[in-house]
Design a protein. Sequence first.
Length: 153
Amino acid sequence: MSSLRNLLKRYGLEVIPVEDDRPIPGSFFGDSEAGLIGDQLFVRPDTPIHSALHEAGHFICMDNSRRQQLNTDAAGDYDEENGVCYLQILLSDYVSGMGRDRMMQDMDSWGYSFRLGSARAWFEQDAEDAHQWLRDHQLIDTNSQPTFLLRQQ
């Protein structure tokens, strides 16, 4: 949890722990899925890291006006959603015990769907548009590493 907290603090996103079996504020999917309200990411001990990083990715990838009104539904369009998925894979390398291999397996297990049938196939063979979208918004650098900046517009 501390590596997740430290990572997301770089984006100005505060990780708020929620007690076991309590509803997660701001959770779009309910159950154990992470919740997002403003600059706070709510997680329980049973919240999957892929869920926390996906919601954090929305916070990072949305523009300022949406970020200021953020409460539960991150919304976003198709291109942003792909950018979020790509970014969460990159960010997983910064979370102890996670990494991109486990992230892609967890995404597949949860039910993310990609044209090529798996998160790995999509990431390695079909995500050029997501990569370019992240570059265009200065969220990753020329080496495909996170810049730790928020999308501005």
